[in-house]
Design a protein around this ligand. Structure first.
Ligand code: SAM
Ligand code: SF4
Length: 326
């Protein structure tokens, strides 16, 4: 599938739930969500049908996200069935890892190839203050479990926030000196309207990079295949690497290859733009495969050339991140 700016769209991010077992301040309100009932959420049959059609149209990589994907009951079976689709898509997941110690090896056996783990502090008190829950030790166990069963290369996503955890960039970077981890620092994004942190607390990529230089010489990593948005580096002799994702300051829209499906069945052509195309309604009213394929293609064709963050007419998304899947 090519969009109108000649970008090849072969990556589908599926949010399988908007619920979560954490309450990260930049993502979820303290009271959690619960606005969506089980009937609002796509069933596994519906997700599988859309994924089958998407792979038929050229999607080759599927990321499961949320909310927290591991809290959705039956997620291991969903992984197994997605892997069994024609073209056997590359299956990956973004998770907070709280449930990973118990689930890593069955997910691997079911066909998941790797995970991205989100972690914003290595200090228990801060972890609790950012996520409004305890659980750092379990996340660290989750990292060990993922490495042990080969859910690799294992990426750790950290969002540095000014005055909150920006002084931990160096500690996170040092993890790459000891273990084969890709530590990626992602600029805080102004998504959602009631975030616990202000846009002024975004640490720009340039400052993240300066902090990384304190640890050692940054050697640029050459990647084969689609590089994605990360600028990757390795410290001399390190088993792991570090990367900066300038999500806001230096948009990577020109390389965008993705489409998003929200838990309530909306196709979202762009993370930062409001446009959505309903597929749940038509599917439940008996749409044919051809009609659903047309909606997938319509979503591809309506991808904007770039996001508008930083421009005068930018309006932060009304849907918070947990409702889109990151
Ligand atoms: N619960 C899973 C997790 O945390 O990995 C998956 C969903 S979460 C919405 C996906 C990613 O979005 C996480 O890495 C999280 O740090 C990131 N995220 C959420 N809100 C964000 C924001 N406002 N700016 C930047 N990243 C954000
Ligand atoms: Fe949950 Fe992930 Fe959002 Fe944190 S970032 S509240 S773990 S969905």
């Amino acid at each position: 599938m090519k969009d109108q700016f000649n970008r090849q769209i072969d990556y589908l991010r599926i949010s399988v739930t908007d619920r979560c077992n954490l309450r990260c301040r930049y993502c979820m309100p303290e009271e959690g969500v619960g606005s969506l009932s089980h009937l609002d959420i796509l069933s596994f049959e519906e997700i599988l049908r859309l994924a089958r059609l998407a792979t038929g149209l050229g999607v080759r990589k599927i990321r499961l996200t949320g909310g927290e994907p591991l809290v959705r009951k039956g997620i291991v079976s969903l992984v197994r069935e997605l892997k069994a689709l024609p073209h056997s898509p590359d299956l990956v997941m973004t998770t907070n890892a709280l449930l990973l110690p118990a689930m890593a090896s069955e997910l691997k056996d079911a066909g998941l190839s790797r995970v991205n783990i989100s972690l914003d502090s290595l200090r228990e008190d801060r972890f609790e203050s950012i996520t409004r829950r305890s659980g750092l030790a379990r996340v660290l166990e989750g990292i060990d479990a993922a490495l042990a069963c080969g859910l690799t290369p294992l990426k750790i996503n950290m969002v540095p926030i000014l005055g909150v955890n920006d002084d931990e960039i160096v500690d996170f970077a040092r993890l790459s000196l000891e273990r084969p981890l890709e530590i990626r620092f992602i600029e805080f994004m102004p998504v959602g309207s009631s975030l616990g942190y202000g846009a002024g607390q975004r640490l720009p990529a340039e400052s993240i990079q300066k902090a990384l230089e304190q640890v050692g010489e940054l050697m640029p990593e050459q990647r084969s295949g689609p590089a994605g948005p990360a600028r990757m580096y390795r410290y001399p002799g390190a088993p792991g690497c570090v990367g900066v994702i300038p999500a806001v300051s230096d948009h990577f829209c020109g390389q965008c290859n993705r489409l998003r499906l929200t838990a309530d069945g909306q196709l979202r052509p762009c993370l930062f733009s409001e446009g959505e195309i309903d597929v749940r309604g038509p599917m439940r009213q008996g749409a044919s495969d051809e009609e659903l394929e047309a909606l997938l293609l319509e979503a591809v064709c309506s991808k904007p050339d770039r996001h508008k963050i930083g421009q005068k007419d930018f309006e932060p998304s009304r849907r918070p991140m947990h409702g889109i899947g990151g």
